[in-house]
Design a protein around this ligand. Structure first.
Ligand code: NAP
Ligand code: G4F
Length: 350
């Protein structure tokens, strides 16, 4: 559309891609998204957008593609000629990256290079956002982490994202490409994938309270994360590309909680209290109301190398971009529980 900015998004079917698409459409952008061919439906987070007939094929377009396919990425960059590219596509699960390290490196690391090379080779004046991650800090001993904290990756996922981070910086310096890293700490929502710990907990707690599930099995309960609300973080991504000079920014809340606290708050939001007993792999959580054992440990969810504690300082984003997280930890848990409890209730009548 004449006069509108055009954005190209990889990872549009994911949590962040879906919220970012809504935000950009609201701002008047034409949005092109890259989707992967799948044998089952993988577009449930954006279905509401392409069912909107006024939007679909006028301001919202989908293209098949994959970050492992250079010719596809080149073609899309050349064809769409986007003003802004958001590279959100990734094999984004840390534990899974230990099982598929080479694929994770291909997609998360070299996939980023493919976009940057396409920009360089076409000479397109576009702005590039890279979905970098707090996992880069891994084993750090500096708290809270800032943009100056040295990286110390602890997984094939983090190592792949480390390459992506530095190739963004290098192409910015070497070829003057407007390329930026958003170093985002964990951000969750009602749309979070169900194998990430927060959503796994809110789905399970809702189902347990409704009698649809017996028990929630987890790994490391002591792990601490800086959890924010995803819609606020995609707004930060957009802000990162709106300033005059390309740079790298942390988006975080500067508040950390354990997985254990997330479990407690989730049950509390459902009117239940968890009583913990035992330790290590024998630790368990029982409902105070009826004594039922509802939380246990399964070592299968431990990682070969764990990131114990992440805490981010978002001061730079606040000062330079005017970005600030709003949703508190308790509010985040409550809104995820509210959504999953409603969905679980529907399953009790089906
Ligand atoms: P997500 O829900 O797992 O979504 C990942 C997206 O990447 C999906 O659309 C997925 O497509 C797509 N994808 C996977 N492999 C691909 C490939 N080979 N080619 C093209 N697309 C591919 O992740 P998210 O939570 O929205 O995160 C978005 C990005 O931010 C990721 O790069 C993640 O690593 C990074 N990040 C996330 C967080 C967080 O807390 N959420 C924090 C820091 C950084 P399918 O739907 O077909 O699988
Ligand atoms: O929810 P998680 O799987 O997220 P993780 O590993 O922090 O990664 C997420 O955030 C990163 C940003 O820091 C992103 F870059 C990445 O793409 C992804 O979005 O695990 C959180 C913590 C870990 O310490 C994990 O060991 O929870 C612990 N945990 C304990 N039990 C569990 C479980 N994690 C999962 N997924 N499943 C469990 O049963």
């Amino acid at each position: 559309m004449k006069g509108s900015k055009t954005a190209l998004i990889s990872g549009i079917t994911g949590q962040d891609g879906s919220y970012l698409t809504e935000l950009l459409i609201e701002k008047g952008y034409v949005v092109h998204g890259i989707i992967r061919r799948s044998s089952s439906f993988n577009t449930f987070r954006i279905d509401h957008l392409f069912k909107n007939k006024d939007l679909f094929n006028s301001r919202f377009f989908l293209h098949y593609g994959d970050l492992t396919d250079s010719s596809n990425i080149n073609r899309l960059v050349e064809k769409v000629q986007p003003d802004e590219i958001y590279n959100l596509g990734a094999q984004s699960h840390v534990q899974v990256s230990f099982e598929v390290p080479e694929y994770t490196a291909e997609v998360d690391g070299i996939g980023t290079l493919r976009f940057l090379d396409a920009i360089k080779d076409t000479g397109l004046q576009t702005r590039f956002y890279q979905a970098s991650t707090s996992e880069l800090f891994g084993n750090t001993q500096e708290f809270p982490q800032t943009e100056k904290t040295p990286f110390s990756p602890r997984s094939p996922y983090a190592a792949a994202k480390l390459y992506a981070y530095w190739i963004v910086v290098n192409y910015r310096e070497a070829y003057k490409i407007f390329a930026c890293n958003g170093i985002l700490f964990n951000h969750e929502s009602e749309r979070r994938g169900r194998t990430f710990v927060t959503r796994k907990i809110t789905v399970a707690a809702s189902e347990i309270v409704l009698g649809l599930q017996e028990k929630l099995l987890l790994g490391n309960l002591d792990s601490k994360r800086d959890w924010g609300y995803a819609p606020e973080y995609v707004e930060g991504m957009w802000r990162i590309l709106q300033v005059n000079e390309p740079d790298d920014y942390i988006l975080a809340t500067n508040e950390a909680h354990t997985v254990r606290e997330f479990v407690e708050e989730s049950f509390k939001a459902l009117g239940e209290e968890i009583i913990w007993s035992g330790s290590g792999i024998n630790e368990r959580g029982n409902l105070k109301s009826n004594g039922k054992e509802v939380v246990g440990i399964n070592p299968r969810f431990f990682r070969p190398t764990e990131v114990d504690f992440l805490l981010g300082n978002p001061s730079k984003a606040n000062e330079k971009l005017g970005w600030k997280p709003k949703t508190t930890f308790n509010e985040l848990v409550k809104l995820m529980i509210a959504s999953d409890f409603e969905k679980a209730k529907l399953r009790t009548i089906l």
